[in-house]
Design a protein around this ligand. Structure first.
Ligand code: OMP
Length: 236
């Protein structure tokens, strides 16, 4: 599916950053038909949530398995080979060349799509320098995007701020998936490179990842519906 063919409703990925599979399933039931795509990340996966990937897929939902793998190439390759059997649509790895190469090999011809995390949305230039990098966020994001494209990675996780420049580099071949999404007035939390849903879509993001603003809301469905409306409006 090319990015232009993604239905507006399928562009919102709700991060099920919840403490247990029971809490996650309750949230999925609460959101009902309004949400079609979910992310399972550290909090849920390490609390016994991995079987939920297959369960959600059986219910017709798509699942983004956010494990952010990073290890020697052979270990990543073997891990991804195992993950291809879980039923996820997307899997994250960190955007290091050996890691991305191993992940693409492990994926083989499976339908799982590998997303490379460029620079985490909680980082700014100062955080990168503190971690020992000499490049700015935008320079490192662009360099990693180029490497990911050459290595056959399927998509990138980036902040909405980088979507415009990354489109020029990777065109429409790669999915651009953006966390760091905050509806107007929502608490920023630890995110540093953020945008509203409408502005992120207008900038060219294919998918928006939203966690706390939805799952911690008094009325999660109402927030999800409002984000869908912003997405639809931005797509015109
Ligand atoms: O890979 C991710 O999904 C990810 C990458 C990134 O750079 N920033 C980022 O926030 N995320 C994830 O996206 C979600 C954002 O959640 P909220 O900040 O609660 O909306 C979390 O589950 C993060 O782990």
């Amino acid at each position: 599916m090319t990015p232009a063919e993604i239905a507006p409703k399928d562009r919102l990925i709700v991060a099920l950053d919840l403490p247990s599979p029971e809490a996650a399933e309750a949230m999925v039931n609460r959101l009902g038909d309004s949400v079609t795509f979910y992310k399972v990340g550290y909090r849920l996966a390490y609390a016994g949530g991995l079987p939920l990937v297959g369960k959600l897929a059986d219910k017709g939902k798509k699942v983004f398995l956010d494990l952010k793998l990073h290890d020697i190439g052979n270990t990543v390759m073997q891990g991804v080979e195992s993950i291809t059997r879980l039923g996820a649509t997307f899997l994250t790895v960190h955007a290091y060349p050996q890691t991305m190469k191993g992940a693409v090999e492990g994926r083989g011809s499976a339908s799982l799509k590998i997303l490379a995390v460029t620079v985490l949305t909680s980082y700014n230039d100062d955080d990168l320098h503190a971690a020992g990098y000499r490049l700015s966020v935008s320079e490192l994001v662009e360099a990693r995007a180029q490497q990911a494209q050459v290595l056959g990675v399927d998509g990138l996780v980036c902040s909405p701020e980088e979507v415009g420049s990354l489109r020029k580099i990777v065109g429409h071949q790669m999915n651009l998936v953006t966390p760091g999404i905050r509806p107007a007035g929502a608490a920023t939390g630890d995110q540093k490179r953020i945008m509203t849903p409408g502005r992120a879509i207008a900038a060219g993001a294919d998918y928006l990842v939203v966690g706390r603003p939805v799952v911690e809301a008094a009325d999660p469905s109402a927030v999800a519906e409002a984000i869908h409306a912003e997405i639809a409006q931005a797509l015109g």
